[in-house]
Design a protein around this ligand. Structure first.
Ligand code: NDP
Length: 318
C-alpha cells in the first residue's frame, strides 16, 4: 500500500481519524476526489472512542462513541476513501505538490491539498495520580448525567472548569471546584455565575495528590499548596478541566500559522489556513465548542473549501 500511495499525486490527503476527518473524507469521497486518509498508527478514532454513551448526537438517542466513529469510518470507505494506518511525522508545505512524511518512510507522499483534522487531547493528571480508576472524566458534557445527585469534583480555574461545574449542577447540587490558585482565570461572567450558584463550592490553592477507590473513584487526597495541609474528601466523580493540547507537534517549522497555544489559525467561518491548499477542521482549530457534531460540521466545511480550491487549480491549468 505504501508503494501505491507514494507513486501518484493525490487530490486531497486528510490527516486524522475522528469525526471531523471522517466527515471530510465522506464529503470529499462523494465529490469523487478519491481522498486519502492517514488515520495514525496508535488509537485511531480520536477522543470520541474514549467516551461511553453519546446521547446528544442528533439522530441517535444513544450510541457508543466507538460505534459512531465506526459508522462514519465505514461510510468514508463506502465513498472511495483509502485509509492508511500510519502517522504523519513531518510535512513540507513549501513545495507543490505538498509532501507528507509517514512514520519512518523516506519517500514522502505527494498531495495537491491537505485537510488537517488531528484534534486535540484533554490534559490529564499523571497516570499514577488517576490510578486507572473509573468515574474520572475530561468531558462533563459527555458524562455528567451519569452522576445524578452525587458528589462531584471539578479541577481547574479556566472557562472550561467553570462551564463544566455549572453544567454539572443540572444533575446534582453537590459540585466542588478544586483550583490550584487563589483566583480563577475564567471570564468574569462565568466567575459571577459560579460565585452566585449555591450548589458550587470552591476549594482554593489546592491540588489533587491522589485519586482513591476500588475500581471506581471514592475519594481524593488533596493538598493545600499554601499551608501544606493534606486531607481526604469523599467524592463520586472527578472532572478534569485543565486545558487541552492540540495535536500539532508534527507541524513544527511547517510555516503554518498557529496561535500561542498551538492551535491552527483558520480564517473566520472557513477552514482556510495561512497556506492556500491546507485546510483545518475539528478540535485542532477549535478551542471553544469541541463537540462531535461541531467537528463534523467543520469537517464538511473543509471538504467543500478543498473542493473549491482544487477546482480553481484545474481552472488555472486549463
Ligand atoms: P485554561 O488554560 O484557560 O485553564 C486551565 C486551568 O487549569 C487553569 O486554571 C490552570 O490553572 C489549571 N491547570 C492547568 N494545569 C493544571 C494542573 N496540572 N493541575 C491543576 N490545575 C491545572 O483552559 P480552558 O480549557 O479552561 O480554556 C481554554 C480556552 O478556551 C480559553 O481561552 C477559554 O477562555 C476558552 N473557553 C471558552 C469557553 C466559553 O467561551 N464558553 C468555554 C471553555 C473554554 P492556573 O490558572 O493556575 O494556570
Amino acid at each position: 500500500m505504501q508503494d501505491d500511495i507514494t507513486i501518484k499525486v493525490h487530490n486531497v490527503t486528510i490527516i486524522g481519524s475522528g469525526p471531523s476527518a471522517l466527515t471530510a473524507a465522506i464529503y470529499s469521497g462523494r465529490a469523487e476526489l478519491k481522498p486519502l486518509l492517514i488515520e495514525g498508527s496508535e488509537n485511531p478514532g480520536g477522543q470520541l472512542i474514549t467516551t461511553d454513551e453519546i446521547e446528544n448526537y442528533p439522530g441517535y438517542s444513544s450510541i457508543l462513541g466507538f460505534d459512531l466513529v465506526e459508522n462514519m469510518r465505514n461510510q468514508a470507505l463506502k465513498y472511495s476513501t483509502t485509509i492508511v494506518p500510519k502517522t504523519v511525522t513531518k510535512v513540507n508545505f513549501r513545495t507543490f505538490p505538498f509532501e507528507l512524511y509517514l512514520d519512518d518512510e523516506i519517500e514522502p507522499l505527494k498531495t495537491k491539498a491537505v485537510i488537517i483534522a488531528t484534534g486535540s487531547s484533554a490534559k490529564r493528571l499523571a497516570p499514577s495520580v488517576e490510578a486507572g480508576l473509573k468515574s474520572i472524566s475530561a468531558c462533563a458534557v459527555c458524562d455528567a448525567a451519569l452522576y445524578k445527585n452525587k458528589r462531584v469534583f471539578v479541577i481547574g480555574g479556566g472557562d472550561s472548569s467553570l462551564t463544566d461545574a455549572l453544567f454539572i449542577t443540572r444533575f446534582t447540587n453537590d459540585v466542588t471546584i478544586i483550583h490550584r490558585g487563589d483566583k480563577f482565570r475564567a471570564s468574569k461572567i462565568m466567575q459571577n455565575r459560579v460565585f452566585n450558584n449555591n450548589n458550587i463550592k470552591i476549594i482554593w490553592n489546592s491540588e489533587v495528590m491522589q485519586c482513591c477507590g476500588e475500581k471506581k473513584l471514592q475519594s481524593v487526597e488533596l493538598k493545600n499548596n499554601k499551608t501544606g495541609d493534606i486531607w481526604s474528601e469523599p467524592c463520586n466523580a472527578l472532572f478534569i478541566a485543565i486545558g487541552h493540547k492540540p495535536s500539532t507537534d508534527f507541524l513544527l517549522n511547517s510555516g503554518l500559522e498557529l496561535d500561542n497555544d498551538g492551535y491552527i489559525i483558520t480564517q473566520p467561518d472557513t477552514s482556510l489556513t495561512s497556506i492556500p491548499g491546507v485546510f483545518a477542521c475539528g478540535d485542532v482549530q477549535d478551542k471553544k465548542y469541541k463537540q462531535a457534531i461541531t467537528a463534523c460540521g467543520s469537517g464538511c466545511q473543509s471538504a467543500l473549501d478543498c473542493e473549491a480550491y482544487l477546482t480553481s487549480l484545474d481552472d488555472l491549468s486549463n
